[in-house]
Design a protein around this ligand. Structure first.
Ligand code: IPE
Ligand code: IPE
Ligand code: MG
Length: 238
């Protein structure tokens, strides 16, 4: 499948959904689905990097996912730790800058330490910016952003009349990222599930029935080609 490199989205965000259903359809445990899903993620990072995509942001664990059974949560937290640890060198070779966003205070201490270290070591790289949303919820982000702004107004760091969209944006977890151009969700669900509500205001939305563990290079290219053929108007006229 061909890709028009002149029409690449700058920022792709993915809701990686359907690990559990994929596993169930194969008679496997949900954990096996998450494991396979983490392999898909590494492949997609490589493919995005090869294509020259500048920003890739993935939804790995939501604030609402804390409602799942402890056993599944523990497995997912371990999987995240292993992913960051075992791909350090590979990501370094690929010049990838890793970011983690969300309410990180809720993560296990060990994972918080890994996240800090990975972000610090990769902060000066200028290749693909790979952002992992972990314990992330858009409403939580907006509320904590509002608190930070309120504090800065109270402390006279900023004046309330200065507050505009650009300044608000600069307080979000995603302050160093541009708006999302293409949002992909796998597994047939057509909803946002509290992901990047502010940042997807003008994104092109792509839904596929394929479950995340089966999301291949071909599926990724299909989504990018869908983006390339859409005409974006941003409320203006052609
Ligand atoms: C996505 O797969 C991964 C996470 C939300 C952590 P799911 O675990 O939601 O899989 P389904 O939706 O139950 O199939
Ligand atoms: C969204 O998937 C969160 C992630 C992919 C990490 P969910 O499976 O949690 O979302 P719902 O429950 O179907 O909306
Ligand atoms: Mg799901």
């Amino acid at each position: 499948m061909n890709i028009d490199k002149n029409k690449l989205p700058t920022h792709i965000a993915i809701i990686m959904d359907g690990n559990g259903r994929w596993a169930k359809s194969k008679g496997l445990t949900r954990q096996a689905g998450h494991k396979k899903g983490s392999e898909t993620l590494i492949n997609v990072v490589q493919q995005a990097n090869e294509l020259g995509i500048k920003y890739l942001t993935v939804f790995a664990f939501s604030t609402e996912n804390w409602r799942r059974p402890k056993k599944e949560i523990d497995y997912l937290m371990n999987l995240a730790s292993n992913m960051f640890n075992s791909h350090r060198n590979q990501f370094k070779k690929m010049n990838i800058k890793t970011n983690v966003i969300g309410d990180l205070t809720r993560l296990p201490y060990k994972l918080q330490e890994i996240v800090k270290d990975v972000m610090f070591r990769s902060k000066d790289r200028d290749g693909l910016v790979f952002t992992v949303a972990l314990s992330y919820g858009s409403r939580e982000e907006i509320v904590s952003t509002t608190k930070k702004i309120a504090m800065d107004i109270v402390n006279k760091e900023i004046d309330i009349n200065e507050l505009n969209e650009e300044l608000f944006n600069s307080y979000l977890y995603t302050n160093s990222l541009p708006d999302v151009d293409l949002l992909i969700r796998t597994s047939g669900e057509k909803r946002i599930s509290n992901f990047l509500l502010w940042q997807v205001s003008y994104s092109e939305l792509y839904f596929t029935d394929v479950c995340w563990p089966d999301f291949s290079r071909e599926e990724f290219y299909k989504a990018i080609n869908f983006f390339a053929k859409n005409e974006r108007r941003f409320g203006g006229l052609k």
